[in-house]
Design a binder for this molecule. Structure first.
Ligand code: SF4
Length: 419
């Protein structure tokens, strides 16, 4: 009788896809895939790009070791970014772990054991990165950019479309780099057009992780002109002060970022801009931080994620002088987050009385949870949906917004499912 296997997939959606590939291979070998609390073998796909993520991975591993000591688990296998960085050290310090396996080779094998709800999926079109930001360990873990072949991508898309998913989230470390290693003419715009030609059911295509350097007008116009592409641009700027951007080895300057944001908002009216920033980068002065805070206040990104700089050995910034004390990093982080909370409240309140297309994610006792096109799964806001008609996850509905919270919307379904 084959063992029962359960997986905990930590970190980003890119890791989730790797976890789905691992499970699919084991499932085809006849292993029974089950929830972690019923498993005999526990797999953990770890994240290790910043301190907090490493700590979460370690905490999860230690919890599983306790379960093993209680005889509730037979084996524990640790995958992914943490062993990719610290295999030898981990093996010495955690002898209870049966195997440490690094990162998973890019997903050539299209079979995946889905770990997302059935109505949305992630598609990783490339792995690795060539941008080499000075604070980032990912290129060391994931290597240089490797794009999936056009054929493999379209096979996957057709499979998802046949399954009737409603939302396809396209990811990579930097999807604007897609195709740079595949030869001329193949790039993000090309593959999006090919994907659009090959789908009938998928209602939303969402683009995640676009690097500001390679966002061209052709991409923006395609997003504007194609209803099925969410008017949602996820472009991490990391900072806005030129001296800090240079130290981060980011190739866009303040004025270039400002011009890009203007161009995006001009070409795609009503677009939701999401960004990620880092506070407390080595040498960041109070004045430079205030420049960033002022910029966030002025630009009013619809969605924003902030990180405290994490000093990662193996990155150039690890050895930079002027490492900022944790207390100051936390103060700056809190200032940014409370500023963004106000902005998000303002942005959301602008939708009261308006009708929005909402994708239903969950049904709970007659009320529903969903998302608008400017809310990515797991990271952004939600819509609390009241409906007289019975709805299912994956349904698209027209929602009249009756109230808003800092990050979320509340509303009433207007008419029959519009799928
Ligand atoms: S673009 Fe992103 S993944 Fe690539 S090096 Fe920079 S921060 Fe890391």
């Amino acid at each position: 009788m084959r063992l029962r296997i359960g997986i905990l997939s930590l970190g980003c959606p890119r890791n989730l896809i790797d976890s789905e590939s691992i499970l699919s291979r084991l499932f085809r070998k006849g292993y029974k895939i089950t929830d972690i609390d019923k498993a005999q073998v526990a797999l953990v796909n770890t994240c290790a790009f910043i301190k907090e993520a490493k700590q979460e991975s370690i905490d999860v591993i230690l919890d599983l070791i306790d379960l093993k000591k209680e005889g509730k688990l037979q084996k524990i296998i640790v995958y992914g970014c943490l062993p990719e960085r610290y295999k030898a050290k981990l093996a010495k310090e955690l002898p209870e772990i049966d195997a440490f396996l690094g990162r998973i080779s890019p997903d050539k094998d299209t079979e995946r054991f889905s770990l997302t709800p059935a109505h949305y999926a992630y598609l990783k079109i490339c792995e690795g990165c060539i941008n080499l930001c000075s604070f980032c360990i990912i290129p060391k873990i994931k290597g240089r950019l490797v794009s999936l072949s056009v054929e493999a991508i379209l096979n996957k898309v057709k499979e998802f479309d046949k399954k009737g998913i409603s939302e396809l989230n396209i990811i990579g470390q930097d999807i604007t780099g897609f195709g740079l290693d595949l030869g001329s003419g193949v790039n993000l715009v090309y593959i999006l057009k090919e994907i659009l030609k090959n789908i009938k059911h998928i209602g939303w295509i969402r683009l995640l992780y676009l690097n500001p350097e390679r966002i061209g007008e052709d991409l923006l116009k395609l997003i504007r002109n194609e209803d099925r592409i969410c008017k949602y641009i996820d472009l991490p700027i990391q900072h806005i002060n030129n001296r800090i951007l240079k130290l981060m080895h980011r190739k866009s300057s303040r004025s270039e970022i400002v011009r890009l944001i203007d161009r995006v908002r001009k070409i795609i009216p009503g677009v939701a801009l999401r960004t990620s920033i880092i506070v407390g980068f080595p040498g960041e002065t109070e004045r430079e931080f205030n420049e960033l805070l002022g910029f966030i206040r002025d630009v009013k990104f619809e969605r924003l994620g902030a990180f405290k700089y994490s000093r990662e050995e193996g990155t150039p910034a690890y050895n930079f002088s002027g490492q900022v004390p944790e207390k100051i990093k936390s103060d700056r982080f809190n200032q940014i987050m409370s500023c963004q909370q106000e902005i998000s409240k303002q942005v959301n309140s602008g939708f009261i009385g308006k009708e929005l297309k909402i994708l239903i994610d969950e049904c709970a006792e007659g009320s529903y949870l969903g998302r608008a096109q400017f809310d990515a799964p797991e990271v952004d806001g939600l819509a609390y949906v009241r409906s007289k008609i019975k709805l299912m996850p994956g349904d698209f509905v027209n929602l009249k917004v009756t109230d808003t919270l800092e990050y979320d919307l509340v509303g009433e379904v207007q008419n029959e499912s519009i799928k």
